[in-house]
Design a protein. Structure first.
Ligand code: SF4
Ligand code: FES
Length: 291
């Protein structure tokens, strides 16, 4: 547990105490936190005994800032199972009842924010969308592969975000419409799937090409470029060519080896490989124009 409780209760208050919270108040808060933690651990033990089923989790742990935790390892947690429980629910249970230092990202808990993509039983998945009942035990939970691990299950997403921004994912049309700009049903249908991306990074983590080429734009960024390139509301020829130039660069669409791993793991079922192939065809057509 990370909460630090003073060894003795007779430590004298010093003159260097920061204004606001007194030593006495801090000590009482620490004691309360420690009591709460003990109670929650006991509750977990009782719940585990009472539960008809429990689930065994094997969770990757690593903390570069704590001396005896710098060596990566796996910790075992046994969590009482209730019907409908997801991998994220189980992780939260383990954190809240056994080890408050267990670190992972999550927010919406409904497959919308994209923050809890992890490597569960050998595959990139959104933990909040993954039912425990469908996982073989022990459920092995690791951070997304091919990304730098910050702590436990948290990876550094900076590079992924940089690649997303590199394709300029916003409308750039100079023609500011003076009235509502309508999109045809057909065009909406065409880009519908590409707009579903939640920036989870699962596709990038599954891609062998991205693993070997750090500069590769990656499936999510190319899909984002597709979303704008195919949108009929940005129809200037110059802008279309500008977008293709970004995609045609050395680390762009031509790097894709059509392995389909990104398409397989995307939690939003976006046909990523198909979109990449379509952009390759657009690039070829555009270059043929100059012959
Ligand atoms: S394309 Fe799919 S897997 Fe890739 S970041 Fe978007 S939602 Fe996640
Ligand atoms: S917590 Fe938001 S996608 Fe899973």
């Amino acid at each position: 547990m990370s909460t630090q409780v003073p060894e003795t209760e007779t430590e004298a208050e010093t003159e260097t105490e920061p204004a606001g919270e007194s030593h006495q108040e801090r000590r009482m808060a620490d004691k309360a936190a420690k009591r709460e933690y003990r109670e929650s651990e006991k509750k977990a033990e009782d719940e585990l005994r009472a539960a008809e089923e429990s689930v065994h989790l094997k969770v990757f742990r690593y903390d570069p800032e704590v001396e005896d935790k710098q060596e990566p390892r796996f910790d075992d947690f046994y969590v009482p199972y209730t019907k409908g429980m997801t991998v994220l629910d189980a992780l939260m249970y383990a954190r809240d009842h056994y080890d408050s230092s267990l670190t992972f990202r999550h927010s919406c808990r409904q497959a919308v924010c994209g923050s809890d993509a992890m490597f569960v039983n050998g595959r990139q998945r959104l933990c909040c969308k993954t039912q425990l009942s469908e996982m073989a035990e022990p459920v092995r939970i690791e951070p997304l592969p091919h990304q730098d691990v910050v702590k436990d299950l948290v990876v550094d997403m900076e590079h992924f975000y940089d690649q997303m921004h590199a394709v300029e994912p916003y409308f750039q049309s100079e023609d500011v419409p003076s009235e509502e700009q309508r999109q045809s049903r057909e065009n909406r249908e065409k880009i519908k799937m590409s707009t579903r991306c939640i920036w989870c990074g699962a596709c990038m983590s599954s891609c062998n090409v991205a693993a070997g080429d750090n500069e590769y734009l990656g499936p999510a960024a190319i899909n984002k470029a597709y979303r704008f390139y195919m949108d009929e509301r940005e129809d200037e020829e110059e802008l279309k060519e500008h977008r293709l130039r970004i995609l045609e660069q050395e680390h762009g669409v031509w790097r894709c080896q059509t392995q389909f791993s990104c398409t397989e793991v995307c939690p939003k079922d976006i046909p990523l490989t198909e979109h990449i192939q379509e952009l390759k065809r657009e690039a070829v057509k555009n270059n043929l124009k100059f012959w």
